[in-house]
Design a protein around this ligand. Sequence first.
Ligand code: NAI
Length: 260
Amino acid sequence: MADKMIKKSEVAARIQVLAQSEKVENSDGKGDMVPRPDISNAVIRRLPRYFRFLRELIRAQIFRISSSELSKLMNVTASQIRQDLNCFGGFGQQGYGYNVNYLYTKICEILGVGEAFQAIIIGAGNLGRAFANNTMFNKRGIDVIASFDINPLLIGTTYNNIPIYDISELEEFCKNNNVDIVVLCVPKVAATDVAEKINSIGIDAIWNFTGKELENVDPNTAIESVYLGDSLMTLCYDLCRKREADAKLAADKLSEKENK
Ligand code: NAI
């Protein structure tokens, strides 16, 4: 517990440094933002993008931005930005724009960045090890504290200072450590069994990469399933539409030439 509290303060400090830690006031003077309980999933899913852009602005020492500048930067309409941020109380002020520090701090709060969540990776194969080696968790204030596998060649080794334990030690480990999130990177065939185990231990959140829908999990468990293949297919769709548009343009140009 003491450990967790220390980590929380460390993360809070990290965020404060990033947010320049100067006194940040709500630019519209309306006091603290209170998120409405009925915020749509679509808005929530857009918040990480605001988080990324605001972080970049702070790094570039830009602490105030107009809604039109922000909208150009993010390639969304100013009205979309206003609508999104109004779900959390609104932050902008006519003629002032947005206080970048304040907005960033509030979005961090909403997204739980700085909660000092602790994560474990189950499945220390290619994907699991790629995650262990990535700074993405750290940048979001999430501490990856261990990894678990069934492969005797991996068990007992470390990857980027993250120890790999035998999956049979999972329950005991979770009794002795705060585990908030499981990053699930086992093969699809093992997903259901491992998810049941995670569930019986009572871990509240699973970031699921297995490609398997986890239907057997307690409905109170937060699950975010990621399918990189879906994103790739969306790209292919866009490419097909672009090729179609290019072909049509070329055909139109040709017939225009012929008609001259
Ligand atoms: P991999 O075969 O390199 O790694 C899987 C690891 O899980 C191995 O180290 C294996 O020993 C371990 N494992 C197997 N059963 C286990 C169990 N019951 N408990 C603990 N560990 C167990 O595979 P890779 O490339 O790392 O992919 C992992 C998973 O992620 C696969 O299901 C793959 O299809 C999926 N994947 C998903 C993507 C996505 O966008 N969702 C993208 C890439 C991979």
